[in-house]
Structures are given as C-alpha cells and as structure tokens.
Design a protein around this ligand. Structure first.
Ligand SMILES: [Zn+2]
Length: 392
C-alpha cells in the first residue's frame, strides 16, 4: 500500500454516528479523504507526516440548522433596530463577521431562517464558493398578512396565494421558510397561537417549493400549527414548542426533522432580570421543551441542532454549542448531541458530504483541546477546523 499523505493521531474521536467515543485513534488521510480509521499503533508516531493530537478530541464539522445571519443576537434594542433596517453594505460586513464566529466554534455550515431584506440570500449568491461555512439561505420567509414574522418575512402579494407566490419568487434560494404560528408567550405558560395558514394553503405551497427542488422549513409552535405543517409535507419543524407527543410520533413516522431551538428560551431567562414575570415564563418554556426533547430522544425523532442565532441573547457560533449542552441536559449522550449538530444537520441541509468521520469520507473535522468531558468549553476556546485533511 502506498503511503498516505498525513497520519492524524486523535486522543479521542467522536465520529458523528452517535455511537461510543473512541480513544487513541489514528486517521490516515490521502487526497483529502479518510483512507483508514483505526486504533493507534506505536509505529504511527514515526510516520514522517504525522499530526499528533493525542491530547485532543476530534469531531465532525458542526452545522447550525437555524440562524439569522443579518442579526447579531445583541440585546440592545437600538442595535437590533439598526440591524433590522440596515442596507446591504452594512449587512454584508455583519454577515462576514458572523461567518468568522461560526468558524471559531467549528461550525462549517448554517441554514438561514430568513431576513427582512433577504440580505443573507444576496450575500450567499455573491460570495458563492468562497471559503468558510456553507450558507444555505431562504431569503425572505413567508407569513400571513397581519401575523407574526415581519422581522424575517413578507406576505404573498395581494391577490396571490402562498403557493402562487412561492412558485414564482425564489431565485437562488436553497430552501423555503414559512411562518405558521406566533411566538411563545413568556407570561401565559403553554398559550399557543392559531396557525397562519390552513392545510389547504400549506400543502400546495410545499408542492410548489418541491417543484423547484426546495425543501420547506416551517416555524411552528403549538399542536395545530405543527400538525398542519407536517401534514403539508414540510422537511423540518422549527421550534415546535408545545407540539405534544402525537406530533412527535408523526415526526418519526414522516421522517421530518425537528429543530427545537431550546437555547432561545435559556437566553431570555438570562436576559430578563429576576422578578420579571417573563424570566420565569422563559424558564418554564425551556423546561417544557427539554421534556419534549426527552420524549423525542426515546421515540427516535431526528433532531437537528439549530440555535436561532440572531435572536436576542443567542450569538453566532456559540449558540449551537449552547444548544448541544441543552440536548445533553435532556438525556442525549455527548456523541448523540454531536450527531444532531453534525450528521443530522448535514442531511437536513443536503450538504455534499454527510459529515460522518469514517473510511472513504472527506477528512473534514475539528480539533479541540482536551478530553470530551471539557468539549463544550473547549469548543468556545480552542476549536481548529481541518478541511480535506488540511488545516484551515
Ligand atoms: Zn428563527
């Protein structure tokens, strides 16, 4: 056998499959691909092109399946208003900074959930194949007139159905985003909002997107809005607070992804001052979402990690790490949390590589200092990205 290009020694390896964490591993890389992944042998250290990460943990590139690139997550109302109304030149600088934050945390692909002026879509089209995280964008989300969603979306033009609008207006988009409920209440626990669209409106809309090869992500909280979105054939439910166990079972049956964005409620609880009723409400919403996640874990729902970065108090890069921590709080193992934030995200975003670290796959991984016990802290401080077997 010819010699491989590089031999990478890993103290610990989390391969993205959700299986056990492997200790003392050796990854042989040739032409940017993993030729072999096996237990470390003594002779491996003598290889002329060895990269010794014996004191580090290796894991796949992370994916944040729900972000808003045009917003920073700032809690300052003045800054938020400025970002909401900024022109493309300002938005472009902010989006570029957010991409850098993603790379610093090992996040190499993001899915945008929409912005008011479709800046993220324009940015993605202009920057195309530039290095950095893969951007999957929707442009404007779609919402019903008079309902929640003006921050990120628009309504179908007067006299046009949702399906008609989607059928004509998605140049360059990777997916379609539809808003089908309101926000969670921070003061009335479990209070849900009515759906924005009926099944009769949403089903043809999903079909219109499918005719263009575009999957549909649906913002939906509450049992009825989620049920309609799943019945309509959406690819993923975003948020899904208070959707209930029957909808969780339906997600399994229909192979629909769930992007729970639990970290948004954690962020609210940390932002609001003690004594503010909204703080207690956010904590109760968070606890309820973690309970739904515990159920989902047992039922086999396919969870993809999305942070909703750009939402108040949720920051790009850091958000997906916080969301992974919450999955572990809800009973996912560390390697299952990594699976939700890598392989599941790669499938949801339809990326070229499936994200798993195994023989024959692209050698795309991140290196963080120390053992897996300190993974979340280290992801914030020491993540280094490798792409096709080379340091980025
Ligand atoms: Zn969002």
């Amino acid at each position: 056998m010819e010699r491989c290009d590089t031999l990478i020694l890993a103290g610990w390896l989390i391969d993205g499959s959700g299986g056990p964490i492997c200790k003392d591993m050796c990854m042989a890389v040739r032409n940017g691909r993993i030729e072999q992944l096996r237990k470390l042998e003594n002779a491996d250290r003598e290889h002329p092109e060895v990269k010794d990460f014996s004191g580090c943990t290796l894991l796949p590139h992370l994916v944040d399946s729900h972000v808003h690139l045009f917003m920073s997550g700032s809690q300052d109302p003045w800054i938020r208003e400025r970002q909401l109304t900024s022109d493309y030149n300002h938005a472009r600088e902010l989006i570029a900074a957010h991409r850098q934050s993603h790379v610093r945390h090992g996040v190499m692909a993001v899915r945008d959930g929409g912005d008011r002026s479709a800046h993220s879509l324009r940015y993605a089209l202009e920057t195309g194949s530039s290095p950095g995280p893969v951007l999957c964008t929707a442009g404007n989300a779609w919402r019903q007139k008079g309902r929640y969603g003006s921050l990120i979306g628009r309504t179908p033009p007067e006299g046009m159905t949702l399906a008609g609008a989607i059928g004509t207006e998605n140049p360059g988009a990777d997916h379609v985003k539809i808003v089908n409920s309101g926000l969670n209440s921070l003061t009335s626990f479990g209070k849900t909002t009515r759906p924005q669209f009926t099944l009769a409106e949403l089903k043809p809309a999903v079909r219109a997107a499918a005719r263009q090869g575009l999957p549909v992500m649906v913002h939906a909280n509450g049992a009825v809005p989620v049920d309609i979105a799943v019945e309509a054939g959406c690819r993923s439910i975003e948020h899904g607070f208070f959707m209930g166990p029957e909808n969780l079972a339906k997600l399994v049956e229909r192979q629909v992804f769930w992007v729970p964005t639990a970290v948004t409620m954690k962020a609210y609880s940390e932002m609001l001052s003690p004594g503010d009723p909204g703080r207690e409400g956010a904590l109760r919403n968070l606890e309820h979402q973690l309970e739904q996640l515990r159920l989902a874990h047992g039922m086999g729902v396919r969870v993809a990690t999305g942070s909703d970065a750009g939402s108040p108090g949720v920051y790009h890069g850091q958000g997906v790490v916080e969301e992974m921590k919450l999955l572990v709080d809800a009973g996912f193992s560390l390697s299952e949390a990594v699976q939700c934030a890598s392989v599941n995200g790669a499938e949801l975003l339809n990326l070229k590589t499936n994200g798993i670290l195994a023989s024959g796959q692209t050698a795309d991984f991140i290196v963080v200092n120390g053992s897996p016990e300190g993974l979340f802290d280290q992801l914030r401080h020491s993540a280094r990205v490798w792409k096709q077997g080379a340091s980025v």
